[in-house]
Design a protein around this ligand. Structure first.
Ligand SMILES: Nc1ncnc2c1ncn2[C@@H]1O[C@H](COP(=O)(O)OP(=O)(O)OP(=O)(O)O)[C@@H](O)[C@H]1O
Ligand SMILES: [Mg+2]
Length: 257
């Protein structure tokens, strides 16, 4: 794929004897939102950790925008403007919201650009402006997720790796966060690789999807195609019961006539 910004070829990663991903190949096109769906323990976070350099792969290659980043250290990868928003946010709890945001920009020398991006992210998430002087540890889970995404944006990333932004959030807040993620992609042209258990939200937001089972990619397609596949509906969208209920309602109605 010529317009790929990120390419994983046959990547295998393990934690000691535990193989977590086995021969994963995937591509993310420049400017798109791609998603990896999978159950608990499928290996979603491991893919992101291996891309951002937190974990070295045992096999395979990873290329980002023409650079071989296989097993490079995380600081080098961040400098290429590839940012990871990890599962569980990992904001600095004792630092203020403002200082957390500025930590995201530590690799940048363009002070005007940093000031502009700060305005932009505070526009996406006004609550962070209100709380700018408070320690980040006092924010709610959803607000910490907003801060973690904003901190990544402060690095002016070309690719954001986003790990389960919906984790622990209410449906309403999840929807809000996803709307902003889509806006960031559309308005800034930032490419996003999103991993999610909330398949419904992810398939609606993303362009291209991969399904991961036990560390292997078992399916990939455009999201509008994946949304219509029976096994995706059944196993990831929980629609089997819904389908049966709908059929029953329809039959009952017919009997009334
Ligand atoms: N630090 C670790 N040490 C040992 N094994 C690990 C470690 N982290 C993950 N694993 C194992 O690797 C496999 C993949 O884990 P991973 O965290 O990538 O899954 P995931 O798809 O992100 O799951 P979840 O949806 O629960 O976040 C699992 O079997 C898990 O138990
Ligand atoms: Mg995970």
């Amino acid at each position: 794929m010529s317009d790929a910004i990120l390419t994983l070829s046959n990547v295998e990663s393990a934690y000691g004897p535990v193989k977590a991903i086995r021969g994963v190949s995937l591509q993310v096109r420049k400017g798109e939102i791609a998603t990896v769906l999978g159950a608990n323990g499928a290996g979603k976070s491991t893919i992101l950790k291996t891309v951002s350099g937190i974990l070295d792969p045992r096999k395979g290659r990873i290329a980002f925008d023409g650079h071989d980043i296989t097993a490079r250290d995380p600081a080098h990868i961040v400098r290429l403007r590839l940012c990871h928003v990890p599962e569980g946010r990992e904001v600095f709890p004792l630092l203020s919201v403002h200082d957390n945001l500025m930590m995201g920009a530590y690799t940048r020398a363009d002070r005007d650009g940093v000031a502009r991006d700060l305005e932009t992210v505070l526009g996406y998430f006004p609550i962070l402006k209100e709380r700018a002087r408070q320690p980040a540890g006092l924010l709610s889970g959803g607000q910490q997720q907003m801060l973690a995404i904003s901190r990544a944006l402060m690095a002016d990333p070309r690719l954001i790796l986003l790990d389960e932004p919906s984790l622990g959030l209410s449906p309403k807040l999840t929807k809000e966060i996803f709307e902003i993620v889509v806006r960031i992609n559309r308005e800034r042209g930032t490419t996003i690789l999103l991993v999610e258990q909330n398949a419904q939200m992810a398939l609606n937001a993303a362009d291209h999807g991969y399904v991961l089972e036990n560390g292997r990619i078992v399916m990939e397609d455009r999201c509008e195609v994946l949304r219509e596949k029976d096994d995706i509906k059944e196993f990831y969208l929980g629609m089997k019961q819904a389908g049966v209920r709908a059929e029953r309602r329809w039959k009952t109605k017919k009997n009334w006539r």
